[in-house]
Design a protein around this ligand. Structure first.
Ligand code: XIL
Length: 973
């Protein structure tokens, strides 16, 4: 439609007489009629003529000579009509003897009331050796005069031929796919962003025989760019995909896909795929979606690195319009199904099209995801920018939604100037101005503010994060932020917001802070629990414990950023998500919303961090990967997670999995050490009853344990174990082959039942029943060793102290079947665990750049023996190479553990000795304490790891997952 209208308008104005007759079809300048077909010289002294000296097709081409400036060349007036998208292709070649140069097709025009612009349509490196194809897209939208398309050269005096210039108007260009495969030997529509050299190359290919080779980059952001102006429509979503590979002599690098958009000369940059690791020699796919949320007059997508200027290849690019599925209108609105305000984070693109409809339908609260943060609102001192903030606040008000203001003071997304040359007084003044300006601006509109965000660090002695805020101003930055926010809008509800508040140590650190601030009279109304959870951890019961704990402070509480990652670690990624994981996620959402509903009196709102998976921040954090943490999927359709909130009866039943290590605990109602080697698997609370469950396998049958939390004794209290269809019912008074004992919070059941794999555990009382249903698999016993109580000297010499401890040996091969092994002993004293590893490894190498591929010992320690899938904050992987180099792994940045190890290594005949001292400040070490523990020996040959062996964990995943480590018990003497 638009094409037609624009063409009619153009024809009436006689803007493009040469093209209008052909406007609906391609227009070709082939110079075969002997005329220049409207092309003329650009620049004084330039001459443009038709010649038969060279031709791409036919017998003639256009020759440009007499140039003396780079912008001199051949030009044609007004070949384009406003509002119509075009593809432009042309062939160029240099006159014999000319040095290679970049030839570009550029548009010059002067928008009404603006400055003359120069827009590159296509460019390529051209030589005198053959014809090179130039191609690109073009569209302009602003009323303009003096429009000219011209060919220019980076060589001021270069002489060149042009031929077969084809200008093709597109149908609806915003719906047409774009693809590039570089098989035709050209760079197709890609052009360099700066100095980069692009060429179709046969040196590598993802498919076919060619890829685009990118070299000569001048900066991390320099590289291949594709002009997509006019190819994306505002409010529409596009799927982008491209394959990349490192260039020659490049061992490592990260590449990502970005967008530059501009309007009125101001550029903005957005990441579609954050730079991700591209291992040498592998093709890696960068894929993501992009929704254009702004009016633009510049739009280009490009591949960049996160640093460096290394060469790379690009291949098989595609961009396709994503036809939006209508949102479901036959399902209940989330906000109608919960007894609290239901919110979602949102950003500008989420207000458009189906995303906007989904938000309006399901949520009665919204939180701007980035637009009210300091970097967005006050990028330079005193220069406030509320364009996006106002837009989002208006959207919310128009749709009758309340707004959570996020956030006034944070260590992240805060510009450097805030802390520059700041003493405490200046910093607090800047804070005061910022807080007062924001809260005043939105007074009466934003009724809840996250005044401070993420200020707690439970690993610091005083529980406070060592941010620049804290380092310069101490607690006063928190006091000031609350005071000023309160002064600016006394009716606003002021919150302190943080993540991991469901973990006991963080919970207590935040609790102590809030309590202290309340006592001081700081106007703090509520606590925000972000609740960035994962599919396994932590259990819903920890969330409930947190809510109950803060309720004792008499503060309001809100869940502010809920999402449930499908990953338990920071590096795994799926190409496609297993459907059963989404079912599991549905049950997880159910358990969480059971908690929220039960605690509704203490909870005024629950906000999810984004409405649908396609917009989740977990698509780029902590690494770019496919994640699906939210109630609606990429097409905005309800997921099991939605049904977990709204109607769990619609969820497919969940088949859980549990390993039953070999073991023969005594069935006497007592909890043997045997059971303590692993944590109980939770059965989430229903009514008043909840439970934990474990199994051990033996020739005699399955031993089952249920620790039931059920404070009131009732005649309905019972546990039913059903194994392969056979039920075993145990009431409070016990049963055959079962023992029951009362505990502080309920009762414990132990039973020996027949061997089987399909297990159902139902714990029942008068208020309801909670169920575990799944498959139990027998596995080898969990290994147990002990540490003697004594401190060695850390010098690489095996002193006598070590002989007090039993020796264990590595023997579980996770790579290879023979190689370096270790004999290991442990000691403890105070808050320190000591580990000795005597490694048999005659040939030692540190050649690989990767620490895990060097000859080294890894010690795994989980202070709580939580056996979690994924690492908790204080779980550590401590690696010591034979030369004493220490590297530490843990959660995302190993923040809770990385400074807690000291080690000495010493080479000895036939191998090396490692002595390590590991501080464990998060627990109190005592006789009987159980630590999750394992040891791994990496054996390197040259730059490769040729074998690896552990003590207990045979999964090869000890670096990602603590659940298969063995157990170390602290002993006396
Ligand atoms: C995230 C945004 O969603 C992203 O778009 C941005 O790149 C980084 O910040 N905790 C918070 C939020 O308090 O502000 C963060 O939001 C997610 C973690």
């Amino acid at each position: 439609m638009r094409t037609l209208r624009a063409l009619v308008a153009a024809a009436l104005l006689c803007l493009v007489p040469a093209v209008s007759a052909h406007a609906a079809a391609d227009f070709t300048y082939d110079f075969e009629d002997g005329t220049t077909q409207g092309w003329g010289p650009r620049g004084g002294g330039v001459s443009v003529e038709v010649t038969a000296d060279a031709a791409h097709g036919g017998t003639s081409s256009l020759l440009t000579t007499g140039r003396t400036a780079t912008w001199h060349g051949a030009s044609i007036n007004e070949p384009f009509v406003r509002g119509v998208g075009y593809t432009v292709t042309a062939y160029a070649r240099l006159v014999s003897g000319q040095p290679s140069s970049t030839i570009a097709l550029t548009v010059q025009r002067t928008p009404a009331g603006g400055d003359t612009t120069y827009e590159r349509v296509a460019a390529a490196t051209v030589t005198d050796g053959g014809w090179v194809r130039l191609s690109g897209n073009y569209l302009f939208t602003a009323e303009s005069t003096g429009l000219q398309l011209y060919a220019e050269s980076s060589d001021a005096t270069g002489q060149f031929y042009l031929d077969d210039i084809v200008i093709t108007p597109l149908g609806d260009p915003t719906r047409e796919p774009i693809s590039s495969d570089f098989e035709d030997g050209t760079a197709q529509d890609w052009a360099p962003r700066a100095a980069a050299v692009l060429e179709s190359s046969t040196a590598a290919a993802h498919a076919g025989s060619r890829a685009l080779a990118v070299s000569g980059r001048s900066a991390s952001w320099d590289g291949p760019a594709l002009n997509v102006l006019g190819r994306m429509a505002k409010g529409e979503k596009y799927a982008l995909s491209v394959w990349v590979r490192l260039g020659p002599d490049t061992a490592a690098g990260k590449l990502g896909l970005s967008i530059e958009r501009g309007s009125g000369g101001t550029p903005s940059y957005e990441r579609v795929v954050s730079p991700k690791d591209v291992p040498a020699g592998e093709w890696v796919r960068l894929s993501g979606t992009y929704t254009l949320a702004y009016d633009v007059d510049f739009l280009s997508l490009y591949v960049e690195s996160d640093g460096g200027t290394f060469p790379f290849y690009l291949d098989d690019f595609s961009m396709t319009y994503v036809q939006p599925k209508p949102i479901q209108t036959d399902i209940p609105a989330l906000k109608d199904e919960v007894p609290f305000v239901m919110g979602s984070a949102f950003t500008r693109p989420d207000t458009l099209g189906v995303h906007g409809e989904l938000l309006a339908r399901h949520f009665n609260s919204v939180t701007p995801g980035n637009e009210l943060k300091w970097d967005a609102t006050e990028p330079r001192e005193g220069e406030f920018n509320f364009a996006d903030g106002d837009y989002l606040v208006d959207f919310a008000i128009r749709h009758g939604m309340t707004i959570r203001g996020h956030t006034l003071a944070w260590h992240s997304q805060t510009p450097d100037w805030v802390f520059q040359d700041a003493d405490k007084e200046l910093l607090l003044k800047r804070l005061e101005t910022h807080v007062r300006t924001l809260v005043t601006r939105y007074k009466g509109k934003i009724k809840v503010w996250d005044v401070v965000n993420e200020v707690v660090d439970e690993n610091q002695p005083d529980g406070l994060r060592r941010s620049k805020w804290y380092e310069i101003a101490g607690l006063d930055f928190i006091r000031t932020a609350f005071r000023v926010a309160h002064e600016a809008d006394p009716d606003a509800k002021l919150f302190i917001n943080d993540y991991n508040t469901e973990f006991p140590r963080k919970r207590e650190a935040l609790y102590a802070l809030v309590k202290r601030l309340k006592v001081e009279g700081v106007p703090i109304d509520g606590v925000g629990h972000q609740l960035h959870l994962n599919i396994e951890q932590p259990p819903a019961s920890s969330v409930e414990a947190t809510i109950e704990r803060f309720a004792t402070l008499g503060v309001d509480q809100q869940v502010t950023e809920l999402d449930v990652s499908i990953y338990t670690d920071f590096s795994s990624s799926y190409d496609t998500i297993p459907p059963e994981l989404l079912v599991q996620q549905g049950h997880r959402y159910k358990e969480l919303f059971d908690v929220f509903r039960r605690q509704a009196a203490k909870l005024s709102s629950v906000t999810v961090w984004g409405e649908s998976d396609d917009v989740s921040w977990l698509r780029s954090w902590p690494i770019p990967r496919l994640n699906a943490p939210l109630p609606f999927d990429d097409e905005l359709q309800a997921k099991p997670a939605y049904w977990g909130i709204v109607d769990p009866s619609r969820l497919a039943p969940l088949v859980r999995r549990l390993e039953a290590p070999a073991g023969t605990p005594k069935v006497d109602g007592k909890r043997d050490l045997e059971w303590d080697l692993l944590p109980d698997s939770p059965l989430a609370r229903v009514g008043d009853v909840s439970a934990g469950f474990q199994a051990r396998s033996s020739a005699k049958g399955l031993y089952l344990l249920a620790e039931v939390t059920d404070p009131t004794v009732g005649k309905d209290d019972r546990v039913t174990f059903t194994v392969d269809g056979t039920p075993y019912v145990v009431g409070r008074s016990g049963g055959p082959k079962a023992a029951v004992q009362r505990t502080a919070t309920g009762y414990r059941v132990e039973a020996l039942v027949g061997t089987g794999t399909d297990v159902n555990v139902t714990v029942h009382d008068s208020s309801g029943e909670t169920v575990w249903n799944g498959k139990v698999t027998p596995v080898p016993a969990v290994k147990l060793t002990s540490a003697a109580h004594c401190a060695p000297v850390l010098d690489g010499v095996v002193d006598r102290a070590w002989s007090a401890a039993p020796e264990i040996r590595t023997g579980a091969w996770i790579q290879g079947t023979s190689g370096a092994t270790a004999k290991v002993r442990s000691l403890w004293s105070g808050s320190t665990l000591y580990v000795l590893a005597q490694v048999a490894d005659p040939v030692l190498s540190e050649e690989s750049p990767n620490a895990w591929e060097q000859d080294s010992v890894e010690i795994f320690v989980d202070p709580g023996n939580g056996k979690t899938k994924g690492y908790e904050d204080d779980d550590g992987q401590y690696r010591v190479s034979f030369s004493g180099r220490v590297t530490v792994g843990g959660t995302f940045d190993a923040g809770g553990v990385k400074d807690h190890v000291q080690a000495v290594a010493k080479m000895v005949p036939g191998g090396y000795v490692v002595e390590a001292a590991i501080e464990l400040p998060t627990i109190r070490l005592a006789e009987g304490t159980l630590l999750g523990f394992d040891v791994q020996v990496n054996d390197a040959t040259g730059a490769a790891r040729t074998s690896a062996v552990t003590w207990n964990d045979s999964t090869g995943r000890a670096y990602l997952d603590t659940s298969h480590w063995g157990v170390l018990r602290l002993a006396r003497g």
